[in-house]
Design a protein around this ligand. Structure first.
Ligand SMILES: Cc1cc2nc3c(=O)[nH]c(=O)nc-3n(C[C@H](O)[C@H](O)[C@H](O)COP(=O)(O)OP(=O)(O)OC[C@H]3O[C@@H](n4cnc5c(N)ncnc54)[C@H](O)[C@@H]3O)c2cc1C
Length: 457
């Protein structure tokens, strides 16, 4: 086996599909016997949406999404950002995480990945399955096994950071929104002892949450403890309907020291956890896109082992910047009293300045400073197409916009060559990695050859 992916969460499934496109044999192991149906993330936004387009997956996601298009704004913690007037919009879609996982499972299976559920990684060479333990023979192991990653622990990779002293209880209830009374507004309601959330994304289902400084009790979350917490914070009861799902979480801000230890890699929540919502899944899925083609290229002999070091070099700084912005979101949210109100007011005024809104939107899109290829309209062989459609195969592409045979010859055998007409072409030619990064642009064949052997190409 070329690659064993531990964890069939969204990141492991995305990685499995990318690995298959890259030509690697892949098995995905998950200790859960069945997919996780808990609600969790409600959507995706930023560059991952462009990546789904590159892989031909966006239409499937859009077909099921409650909303798909440019986000008109985004909550930066408690501060609403208004994106009207941004020159590059932030694309997004609203879809519950279990549906995303179902679509990613379908895709990984279509491409030939093997998914074994009810199989738990015990140590780096041993899996416990329903019929007993067996040896795991794989050239590479990727831990996509979530915040409490066993792979990270077994690889001896530290996970420094902080854990909050606030507890968040969240639930979905069968009820209609106006049930909660006029003293509460939709969204988070701030009180001296904590915050209470009431909102709804689906008719007939209310999402309610309560945050307070409290130790985490043992056992599964109960309805009674949810009501007790609401009463402590609001001083009154919330009339909620039948609970469909209850959860209890303590947020953490942590980043793995390394994303690679020998033949072991980390991606998604195993590599980073953020203390505010909205970014985890975007960053995790983009980890998978960055790592997938690199492992695929090394496994099929098209790139040297050293290419794999660029995964940490490129993705670790992105998570570090995301950690910074999510720490600020969490801080803005939890600052209390009049000081907190003053902080939120002034931050809101600053964030409304166009340059600041653009900066924050850039951080939310992916916090990645690599140059990505724009989705230019093209004509190839007389047929109208787009860059995103050319990227479907997840292979490196040389876009030749000037009919340059010398450049086409300089591209190696592993490169897909596309001779295209493009009125807005930024150069005579572009060499684009499978993840959409422009690794080179220009017209000099010697420079192209050099770019193709650069360590992170
Ligand atoms: C209540 C809640 C709300 C959230 N809201 C948002 C949001 O709005 N936006 C957002 O972006 N994110 C949100 N998140 C976070 C998001 O759900 C995670 O970032 C995402 O699930 C991470 O995906 P992953 O594939 O990295 O890990 P996970 O989804 O955690 O998947 C890890 C998988 O690994 C398996 N596994 C673990 N250990 C082993 C082992 N030893 N052997 C085999 N399998 C193993 C697990 O069974 C699991 O299936 C939320 C999370 C929660 C809990």
């Amino acid at each position: 086996m070329d690659v064993a992916v531990i964890g069939a969460g969204p990141v492991g499934l995305m990685l499995a599909a990318e690995l298959r496109l890259g030509g690697a044999e892949v098995v995905v192991l998950d200790r859960r016997a069945a997919p996780d149906e808990r609600p969790r993330a409600n959507g995706l936004g930023g560059r991952i949406v462009e990546q789904l387009d590159h892989r031909g997956l966006l239409d499937r996601f859009r077909a099921e999404a409650g909303f798909a298009g440019p986000f008109p704004g985004f909550p930066f913690g408690p501060v609403p950002l208004n994106f009207a007037g941004l020159d590059s919009p932030m694309r997004g879609l609203m879809l519950q995480q279990p549906r995303m996982e179902a679509l990613l499972t379908e895709r990984a299976l279509e491409l030939g990945a093997e998914i074994r559920r009810g199989h738990e990684l015990a140590d780096l060479g041993t899996v416990r399955g329903a019929d007993g333990s067996y040896r795991l023979e794989a050239r590479y192991v990727v831990g996509c096994d979530g915040a409490h990653s066993r792979v990270r622990e077994l690889a001896g990779i530290g996970f420094p950071g902080t854990t909050d002293d606030e507890l968040m209880r969240l639930g979905h209830f069968r009820a209609d929104l106006p049930m909660f009374g006029s003293e509460l507004q939709r969204g988070w309601n701030r009180r001296p002892g904590g915050r209470v959330l009431v909102t709804s994304l689906t008719p007939g289902v209310v999402i309610a949450g309560v945050r307070e400084v409290a130790p985490e009790p043992p056992g599964e979350p109960t309805l009674e403890e949810f009501h007790d917490a609401v009463r402590r914070v609001l001083g009154t009861d919330l009339r909620l309907g039948e609970p469909l799902w209850l959860s209890r979480t303590v947020s953490s801000a942590r980043l793995a020291e390394r994303y690679r230890a020998g033949n072991v890699f980390l991606a998604g929540d195993a590599a980073h956890v953020f203390p505010a919502g909205g970014s985890s899944l975007n960053v995790g899925l983009l980890d998978a896109v960055n790592l997938g083609w690199k492992l695929g290229a090394v496994v099929r002999g098209a790139a040297p082992e050293s290419l794999l070091d660029s995964y940490h070099a490129e993705r670790h700084p992105v998570a570090a910047r995301t950690l910074t912005q999510t720490r600020v979101q969490a801080l803005l949210d939890r600052a209390t009293g009049e000081d907190g109100d003053a902080l939120r007011t002034l931050f809101g005024e600053l964030a409304a300045l166009p340059q600041a809104t653009r900066h924050l939107a850039g951080l939310l899109r992916d916090a990645d400073e690599l140059p990505y290829v724009p989705d230019l309209p093209l004509t190839v062989g007389g047929r109208a197409t787009r860059v995103a459609e050319v990227m479907r195969a997840a292979r490196p592409v040389l876009f030749d916009f000037a009919g340059r045979a010398d450049l086409r010859e300089a591209a190696g055998p592993d490169v897909k060559i596309v001779t295209a007409e493009c009125p807005d072409a930024p150069a005579e030619a572009l060499f684009v990695r499978p993840d959409g990064v422009v690794a080179w642009k220009g017209g000099d064949p010697a420079a192209l050859r050099e770019a193709m052997t650069a360590p992170g190409r």
